[in-house]
Design a protein around this ligand. Structure first.
Ligand code: ZN
Length: 237
């Protein structure tokens, strides 16, 4: 999707070395990390009560547990190319299944959709010609097409800022899609669920959150947390 060469050349690290690094990492986890946190893992062995569902991009540079300093059991994570949520009914796939399970079975009270800077999926939405040899990615990213149209028809932004604006609009679009899921819509209506739209910046380690009331993104840390949740209309039953 990205025309630029990868930051680390594939020839610099052979396939064998790459795998060895991963397996050695597991061995260090098993021998050093697991024994230190064994009590936590025993608590988690038969149940989970995550604090939030976290929907983000598959990009390797985004590590939800790292950027939120969360432990195992804290986040119910689903990742895909472009942090996309297909509208309800269009695709009974992994994302829709995870949302329904998180809300109905795990009773999560927060769903966070987190986009990020330098997103290859968003670059591909801006340059669809790149996707001709990747028909599956192209089909998936049609769920982000609405964001491209909103930007093209409303934003007089210069080329250098288009990617950032599109990334934010994509998060807003996916929040809209999220609200089409009946399990989500019902709990939003009764004030039992809160939804959040974030964009993480890789270069600065900052996060901007969507403020639905103000209609824009604000840095987390500047005053009250920006909220994307609509007002409830019913009391919880
Ligand atoms: Zn991405």
């Amino acid at each position: 999707m990205d025309q630029q060469p990868p930051a680390v050349s594939r020839t610099a690290e052979s396939a064998e070395e790459a795998l060895r690094h991963i397996v050695e990492g597991f061995q260090r986890f098993r021998d050093e990390v697991f024994p230190q946190q064994e009590a936590l893992f025993q608590t988690l062995a038969h149940a989970q009560t995550p604090r939030a569902m976290f929907i983000t991009c598959a990009d390797s540079r985004i590590v939800p547990e790292l950027i939120t300093q969360s432990a195992p059991g804290d986040l119910f994570v689903i990742r895909n190319v472009g942090n996309v949520v297909p509208p309800y009914g269009q695709m009974m796939g992994g994302v829709s299944t995870a949302i329904e399970y998180a809300v109905m079975a795990l009773d999560v009270q927060h769903i966070i959709i987190c986009g990020h800077s330098d997103c290859g999926a968003m670059k591909a939405v801006l340059n669809p010609a790149e996707l001709e040899r990747m028909p599956t990615v192209k089909a998936w990213l049609r769920h982000a097409e609405v964001a491209r149209i909103v930007v093209a028809e409303n934003c007089g932004c210069a080329d250098h800022s288009t990617l950032g604006i599109l990334t934010e609009e994509n998060v807003v679009a996916q929040l809209d899609h999220l609200r089409t899921h009946p399990s989500v819509a019902s709990r939003l209506a009764s004030g039992q669920l809160f939804i959040h739209g974030w964009v993480y910046d890789i270069a600065t380690g900052t996060i901007k959150a969507y403020d639905a009331e103000q209609g824009g993104f604000r840095l987390i840390g500047d005053g009250p947390l920006p909220m994307a949740t609509p007002r409830p209309r019913y009391l919880p039953r």
